[in-house]
Write a protein that binds this ligand. Structure first.
Ligand code: SAH
Length: 583
């Protein structure tokens, strides 16, 4: 419940409007604020005072006990220009509520005063969401301890790649206030109040059966398997069996009873052909099963197959060997977590051209690898405790190798680059080296060609080619051959790395080749520092284009024979309709 207190007429009016905005949980409290707050304090989630800060502080001072239980308190000034969370900023939700209040009142700004030491800390619910985990224990209490800098022991025996955590969380603390355990197994002491258990979905149960097995027999065998293997039932991610059993009622019903059909993050029942299962080495093959079904193992092999399908071949391991129930067998495999490499394109420069997904991946990483100029761009977005490995220009191979090696250690790594990280950038050197032992997530970014094209008009409206003019990695003959082919094919051509102090003749040479195949009036567009401070956009006919103005911070777009300037904008027609006038 949110209680609103006001004493002046304008305060009362604003409080009433705000209560309506906040919904049925919010109410304006009539009468003197002191009596009201004393009466309601212990039952409130939040209190909002349309009062001076001093008056509010004096009212609540005698009531404050503990930040874990006190309501959030927010003070709004008489002119309703500021909403100030006084207590309960993080854990109590006062910061969030102040933001909501500010968006409800005209011209009101939330005044967030919680220090930077807690801003930027990975919130526990974000960790839980990333792991797709079930939670045991007091998540909010542990979250308060995390923000409060109390010592927290982290146990992550399966090695899940985790986001950055502040340094009060450590794998090595003698006398912790809290312990966070990330595991799929049932602990020895399940009810320890200072332990927060996160149970990720790692387990695939393989099932085999005779025809006509009962739902109860299947359910009992799964329960027994969990019991024997010490696995947490909530860790089940899916079930697996052989094709032949895809319509076995007892299995379908037992799996359905678990609520695993199409549940979030769950795989339901996976089925595999007998030949596929026969190829999987298992500890307990059976010749009887082989002669009947065509594979020496159903339960163990399908569990392993399912885990491999969900997490990659190298990540499947058997955690519970086959057990037998009434006409049914069950075994369990685990999807072992792998280190994570996100390859993240940051876009051409401006923050607003960076995707939300790129930002989410930066927050999810414990380690960032990239050029220092790009790291500096995104430093304010990083979570506290992020390990930043910034390096200067050059040695892309070494940077890519470092990112892959860090991910292979089990970390959550983001390898960042400008534009799209896959275009003349870090993705290829990294993936040339990366093995199946790491998970790779690609996050596309707005590449220079797109940023430049948008600034110029619509030059990429029909077929086009991207060509890098850098002959550092490619011999000039090869580049020239491609430019010639693009010229003959009448493609729009977008040049990356067009010109530097050392490579000053290539662009002129390329334009000469293109110019021989298209009209002298063909527009050439150039964009320097697209979307960055000092952006410059210009166009000239190909016959007159001055290459001296181009450098390595520029992208050059050469029109096809059909590209025209329309009202100062470069336009390549789609092909099916012809152009308007060139006014
Ligand atoms: N991965 C990057 C490209 C790296 S190659 C991307 O997808 O954009 C470097 C070349 O990209 C530069 O020489 C320049 O031609 C071009 N470039 C990158 N950012 C640019 C920007 N903001 N403005 C203009 N050109 C840019």
């Amino acid at each position: 419940m949110i209680a609103l207190f006001a004493v002046t007429p304008s305060g009362r009016q604003a409080a009433a409007a705000l209560a309506a905005y906040l919904g049925p949980d919010a109410a304006v409290v009539d009468g003197p604020p002191r009596a009201g707050i004393e009466r309601l304090w212990s039952r409130l989630d939040a209190a909002v005072f349309f009062l001076a800060a001093g008056a509010t502080v004096r009212l609540i001072a005698p009531l404050l006990r503990d930040k874990r239980t006190d309501p959030a308190v927010i003070c709004v000034d008489e002119a309703q220009r500021f909403a100030v969370p006084l207590v309960g900023g993080h854990a109590g939700g006062a910061n969030d509520l102040a933001e909501r209040i500010a968006s409800a009142l005209l011209d009101c700004t939330p005044v967030i005063t919680t220090a930077s030491d807690s801003v930027g800390v990975t919130p526990l619910d974000e960790l839980v969401e990333q792991l797709g985990a079930a939670v045991d224990g007091d998540l909010a209490g542990c979250g308060v301890a995390l923000l409060g800098g109390e010592p927290i022991l982290l146990r992550n025996p399966l090695g899940f790649p985790l986001p950055a955590l502040p340094d009060n969380v450590s794998v090595d603390i003698a006398d912790p206030e809290w312990t966070i355990v990330i595991d799929d197994r049932v602990p020895a002491r399940p009810d320890d109040p200072s332990v927060l258990r996160l149970v990720p979905r790692t387990v695939v149960i393989g099932l085999g059966s005779a025809r006509g097995v009962t739902r109860t027999a299947v359910a009992n065998t799964i329960a027994e398997l969990h019991e024997r293997a010490g696995l947490d039932a909530r860790a089940v991610r899916g079930f697996a069996t052989v094709d032949l059993k895809a319509d076995e009622r007892g299995i379908i019903e037992a799996v359905g009873d678990w609520g695993f059909w199409n549940g979030e993050g769950r795989a339901g029942l996976l089925t595999y052909p007998a030949e596929t299962l026969a190829a999987i080495p298992v500890p307990n093959p059976s010749s009887v099963v082989e002669s009947e079904v065509g594979t020496p193992s159903v339960a163990e092999a399908s569990a392993l197959c399912g885990a491999a399908e969900l997490g990659g071949a190298r990540s499947a391991e058997l955690v519970a060997e086959k057990i037998k129930g009434a006409n049914v067998t069950a075994a369990a495999a685990r999807v072992r977590p792998r280190g994570r490499l996100a390859i993240v394109g940051l876009g051409p420069g401006a923050a607003e051209l960076r995707t939300p997904k790129a930002e989410a991946e930066l927050r999810r990483a414990s380690t960032i690898v990239g050029l220092d100029q790009y790291v500096d761009q995104i430093r304010p977005l990083l979570r506290r405790g992020t390990d930043v490995r910034a390096s200067g220009l050059g040695d892309e191979e070494a940077r890519a190798a470092e990112a892959v090696a860090l991910a292979a250690e089990g970390r959550s790594v983001a390898l960042i680059g400008s534009g799209d990280a896959g275009i003349y950038a870090m993705a290829s050197p990294a993936l040339e080296q990366a093995g199946a032992d790491i998970e790779v997530v690609g996050v596309p970014g707005i590449t220079a060609a797109l940023a430049a094209a948008a600034a110029l008009g619509a030059p990429l409206g029909h077929d086009h080619a991207l060509i890098s003019l850098s002959d550092l990695h490619t011999p000039w003959e090869a580049i020239e051959r491609r430019v010639r082919a693009a010229a003959e094919a009448d493609l729009v051509v977008c040049f990356y790395n067009p010109r530097s102090a050392q490579r000053d003749w290539q662009l002129r040479s390329a334009l000469r080749i293109l110019g021989a195949h298209r009209p002298a009036t063909t527009p050439v567009g150039a964009v320097r520092q697209a979307s960055r401070h000092g952006e410059r956009v210009w166009t000239e006919p190909i016959a007159e284009f001055a290459v001296e103005n181009v450098d390595m911070l520029t992208t050059v777009l050469v029109g096809s024979s059909r590209t025209q300037m329309v009202a100062g904008r470069m336009v390549t027609p789609r092909g099916y309709t012809w152009m308007p006038s060139t006014e």
